[in-house]
Design a protein around this ligand. Sequence first.
Ligand SMILES: *Cc1c(COP(=O)(O)O)cnc(C)c1O
Length: 377
Amino acid sequence: MKVAFVNLREQNSRIYEQVKKAIEEIFASSAFVSGRHVAEFERDFARFVGVKECVAVQSGTSALILALKALGIGAGDEVVVPAATFVATAEAVEWVGARVRLADIDPHTWTIDPASVERALTPRTRAIIAVHLYGQCAHMDALREIAQKHNLYLIEDAAQAHGATHNGRQAGSMGDVACFSFYPAKNLGAWGEGGACTTNNSQLAEKIRLLRDHGSPRKYEHVLVGGNFRMEELQGLVLKEKLRYLPQWNQARQQAARLYAEMLTPLAQEGFLQLPHCAPEGSHVYHLYVVSLKNGYDRHHLIEFLASRGIPAAIHYPQPIHLLPAFGHLGYRKGDFPVAEHLFSSCVSLPMHEALTATEVCAVCDAIKEFFVSVTV
Ligand SMILES: *Cc1c(COP(=O)(O)O)cnc(C)c1O
């Protein structure tokens, strides 16, 4: 059996006919950027998230940069970011000229630890970026309290969490502004690059709209120094069509995750693995199904073993932010964020996508069991 790590063929074929028809229209009209399809996707995605405003942009990284910029964050400011995230969260902060302050993560949910956030605050702190890592919302209620108490902006990095919820609220509706990525492999993926900011603050949305398009409310009128962060029509079209299937695709991921949990729980109880912990106040959308190896079992051995059985596994991510050479200037050292360091030195991402079958999940779990039997005898 050959299991796929991600499988985009299934979802792409689902929308192919619709998209093909509309592409002919796009071709005929020559409206390739920021047209009707992008506007319709923005309307639909705002409704899906349950917010007033959605501004579609060129990528998730662009969404983070524009959100920070629109909030007026820049030189002299600090933004608290979890040490365990994809690099883009931290890059965006430095890209607008502000400084990253790191916080550790919760050892159970693997999202940013509110107590560690409080320790990272300084008089220069202006914002917290809560990353909904792997598809589970961060501790938004506790983070909101901290943000309110210290007069900080709360930004969601929801790039991995389209459709996740927390106490009945959607990812992307809980912060002052939220940033999504539609990179092809995300739960909602474009046929190229894509991203969006969502917010209930119309003034902020207007500012992001201006920044997205050369600070220009009308052609050749420039009221802000912006740039080109616009979304292409093809991406708006694909995303609008795919969005209709997102709830059922997320449900299929959750079903696969339940089966993983069922089959791997004995190994977790025997102390081989830590499984994803799903906090009761939220729903996890399993952008990634990540397990953490316990007791020093070597993840590279497991990954090689699985590969030999036709099962791809991956690492998200191999290094926390403070140990990346690009962030050496922050002055942190190994040992500063032990929970993030432990997760990123022990995590393995198992195959996860909406077309994953029960048979495939069973094959993955059987192979994992076989691996632990082989290393413990
Ligand atoms: C994918 C991702 C991003 C960046 O999105 P791009 O569209 O690739 O620029 C940012 N943050 C997180 C947590 C991500 O997973």
